[in-house]
Design a protein around this ligand. Structure first.
Ligand SMILES: *[C@@H]1O[C@H](CO)[C@@H](O)[C@H](O)[C@H]1NC(C)=O
Ligand SMILES: *[C@@H]1O[C@H](CO)[C@@H](O)[C@H](O)[C@H]1NC(C)=O
Ligand SMILES: *[C@@H]1O[C@H](CO)[C@@H](O)[C@H](O)[C@H]1NC(C)=O
Ligand SMILES: *[C@@H]1O[C@H](CO)[C@@H](O)[C@H](O)[C@H]1NC(C)=O
Ligand SMILES: *[C@@H]1O[C@H](CO)[C@@H](O)[C@H](O)[C@H]1NC(C)=O
Ligand SMILES: *[C@@H]1O[C@H](CO)[C@@H](O)[C@H](O)[C@H]1NC(C)=O
Length: 492
């Protein structure tokens, strides 16, 4: 079966719908698949399962039987092919041992070739004939129980039990002698039924092995750039409850191949799987520590720095432009070019509240003067910006809006005497309000496409804020194997 299904099963691993569930220790991204999600997964699995069984060729059935007047007939049924399957009803339940999937009352159409030869003292020449027949299988039941276990950060899919049972079978011969019809009914019905049962059971085992292999092949880390990766190792075993499945992944940003010191995690915290009363297929929750780990990682990697040495109005980056506002600067460094070194002075604080995501950023703006090819830092202004971010998911895009909450500046140090901080504060504040924030909001409003993982896409998603978690409750739709193969190509 396809990797798409794997995503499903993966997305299957989180908490219960009926109330509150213990989050899995140390998992900072968790997922719950609700009853509705399980139904969807089940239907998709059955659809894919049927696709893999259609055109399945079952092994030949042969045997001999004594036929009155005719003698001993050697009969071979070959090319037994499953042509069509229809499923009447199916269910998925979380049992004590695992996930139980049952298909009942299925019907199937088979085609086969028959061939016989017989000889007897009555007909010494030998008699033979061949033709085709169609078989209708009714009241077919298929059941399987699977479990999911964490093995060193990846999930194992284990088939605990499976079975296929054929209830009833009718045969329609195209041509052939009437004794042959009776013979097929009497002697071969059982053989055809077991061929069908074994063939389908084998396919189920194969399918589960394929799914398991796909789960094993999922990465434990997703590379983001040259230095950082998202740890997507599974944490703990998936929690199967009444009608839903919960799972957790580590979810923290780490320096590639370097374990991160664990963040304090509030153990025993109860995580709700409720989606504000909305029946959704899945709920994916992200702990604020995920954002904190990203913030810390990029801060430590020194990535939060920017040098401004070009502006639309280049004159601003020359001391001459400032001679009346900061006379000391012009006096010490007349007519010299300047540049601004904007760097984040401590890891941004990120907090998921009950209504949005709050962030506070501490920035140092160092003014450098370029004199005789030498860079001389002359003053440093500290800036603290608080902003809140509210995200929204429309269709398959995540967009958001940034709002500035607080803004303050102070002079950290200066070699050019006192600066007019009021002036600088209002200048920077206008720049933020008129240029930076609107630009960011313009960009955010256009949105970013959500990744479609394994051919699945979010549908009718809602965002819930519940400190310290942000959750996405959503239905999913399957885009089909076309998207999947496109994606796989993209991975290559
Ligand atoms: C076997 O059965 C399939 C499906 O009915 C048919 O397309 C194919 O021609 C058959 N092959 C032979 C050798 O009869
Ligand atoms: C099987 O064949 C019959 C008649 O040829 C058809 O009506 C039916 O839809 C087919 N499929 C199943 C699953 O019974
Ligand atoms: C389909 O299932 C319903 C009940 O679930 C049953 O009444 C009906 O007879 C079944 N039909 C077939 C064709 O098995
Ligand atoms: C689900 O579990 C709760 C307690 O864990 C139990 O009271 C309830 O009856 C269960 N529901 C079903 C449908 O099994
Ligand atoms: C990834 O997460 C797992 C589970 O929490 C942990 O055991 C492992 O050390 C982490 N790997 C890195 C590179 O941090
Ligand atoms: C920018 O300033 C920071 C400290 O504020 C300093 O560590 C860094 O080296 C400076 N970068 C450049 C290119 O001057």
């Amino acid at each position: 079966m396809e990797p798409s299904i794997v995503f499903f099963l993966c997305s299957l691993f989180l908490v219960t719908t009926s109330g509150y569930v213990q989050p899995l220790e140390e998992g900072f991204i968790t997922g719950v698949i609700s009853e509705k999600g399980l139904e969807f997964a089940k239907d998709l699995l059955i659809e894919k399962g049927i696709d893999s069984i259609l055109q399945l060729q079952l092994p030949e059935v042969e045997g001999s039987a004594k036929v009155p007047l005719v003698g001993t007939a050697q009969v071979v049924l070959s090319n037994i092919t499953i042509k069509d399957i229809e499923v009447n009803s199916s269910s998925v339940k979380i049992g004590e041992d695992g996930i139980v999937l049952v298909v009942s009352g299925a019907t199937a159409n088979l085609s086969l070739n028959w061939e016989y030869s017989c000889s007897s003292w009555l007909i010494p020449i030998g008699l033979s004939d061949s033709g085709t027949a169609s078989v209708k299988v009714k009241g077919m039941q298929v059941g399987l129980t699977i479990d999911l276990r964490n093995q060193e950060g990846t999930l194992n899919l284990i088939l605990l039990e499976s079975g296929c049972y054929v209830g009833d079978l009718s045969i329609k011969l195209d041509g052939g002698a009437s004794w042959l019809y009776q013979l097929l009914v009497d002697a071969f019905e059982g053989g055809i039924a077991s061929a069908v049962e074994e063939g389908i059971s084998d396919k189920i085992r194969e399918g589960i092995v394929d799914l398991d292999n796909l789960l094993q092949s999922l990465p434990k880390q997703i590379s983001l750039d040259r230095t950082s990766a998202l740890n997507v190792s599974f944490v703990g075993n998936p929690v199967l409850s009444n009608s839903s499945i919960a799972f957790a992944i580590n979810g923290l940003f780490t320096k590639k191949n370097e374990p991160l010191v664990s963040h304090g995690y509030h153990k025993g915290l109860k995580l709700s799987s409720a989606c504000g009363g909305l029946p959704k297929m899945i709920k994916v929750s992200i702990h604020e520590n995920v954002f904190k780990s990203a913030s810390l990682l990029y801060y430590n990697a020194g990535k939060m720095q920017m040098i401004i040495d070009e502006l639309p109005d280049q004159a601003i980056l020359n001391t001459a432009e400032w001679r009346f506002i900061v006379p000391q600067l012009y006096k010490q460094y007349p007519n010299d070019d300047m540049k601004l070194n904007i760097s984040i002075s401590s890891p941004p604080i990120i907090e998921v509240t009950y209504k949005d995501i709050d962030t506070t950023i501490f920035v140092d703006i160092t003014v450098d003067v370029l004199e005789d090819g030498e860079v001389i830092p002359v003053a440093c202004i500290s800036v603290e910006i608080s902003a809140s971010f509210a995200a929204e998911i429309v269709g398959n895009k995540i967009s958001g809006r940034l709002r500035m909450q607080k803004f303050s500046t102070y002079l950290k140090w200066s070699k050019i005497g006192k600066l007019h901080m009021h002036l600088i504060q209002s200048l920077l504040s206008s720049a933020l309000k008129i240029v930076v924030i609107p630009y960011l909001n313009f960009r955010l409003k256009r949105g970013f496409a959500l990744p479609n993982i394994g051919g699945f896409e979010f549908q009718n998603a809602n965002i819930l804020y519940n400190h310290p978690w942000i959750a996405v409750c959503s239905d999913v739709s399957f885009l089909g194997d076309y998207y999947l193969s496109q994606q796989q190509l993209a991975y290559v």
